[in-house]
Design a protein around this ligand. Structure first.
Ligand code: HEM
Length: 122
């Protein structure tokens, strides 16, 4: 099994992950509402996001947190998201960058959860 070394690997990772997400009973309703069939646009953005995170591509300019605040995400959503992401990595990649992707995903999920809880009603 290879590590994540180029944009083709990023595309493979993102495509496999969102294929799982789109079939997941807990996560798919959230994406259906916002993405509304416009998956190509979302996937293209995620190639740039992960390319910037893992390959120093530096062509993602966005504010991910602000997009997640209105989604009313709960702990179960985060658990599920991380489970599917971890499965995607373990089933397809092996190496330093793959481990770094897992660490990044876990850290960002933690930050999102923490910040999102600060926006919720007491
Ligand atoms: C965008 C769902 C966790 C990174 C989105 C969008 C949805 C979504 C529905 C589209 C928002 C829109 O276009 O308005 C979720 C759910 C999560 C989750 C249900 C877990 C409970 C994460 C995590 C990361 C992440 C952990 C990072 C590792 C992103 C990025 C975008 C995005 C970069 C694009 C933001 C932009 O428009 O620039 N997510 N997400 N998400 N998500 Fe997540």
């Amino acid at each position: 099994m290879n590590d994540i070394t180029n944009i083709e690997d990023i595309k493979k990772m993102v495509d496999i992950f969102y294929d799982k997400v789109s079939k997941d009973p807990i996560l798919s309703p959230i994406f259906d509402k916002v993405i509304a069939g416009n998956w190509d646009h979302h996937l293209e953005k995620m190639y740039r996001f992960w390319g910037s995170m893992l390959l120093e591509q530096n062509n993602y300019y966005g504010n991910p947190l602000s997009k997640h605040i209105p989604l009313n995400l709960e702990e179960t959503h985060f658990e599920r998201w991380l489970l599917l992401f971890t499965q995607t990595i373990h089933e397809n990649f092996h190496g330093e960058v793959a481990n770094f992707a897992l660490m990044k995903a876990n850290n960002i999920a933690k930050v999102f959860q923490h910040r999102i809880s600060a926006f919720k009603d007491p």
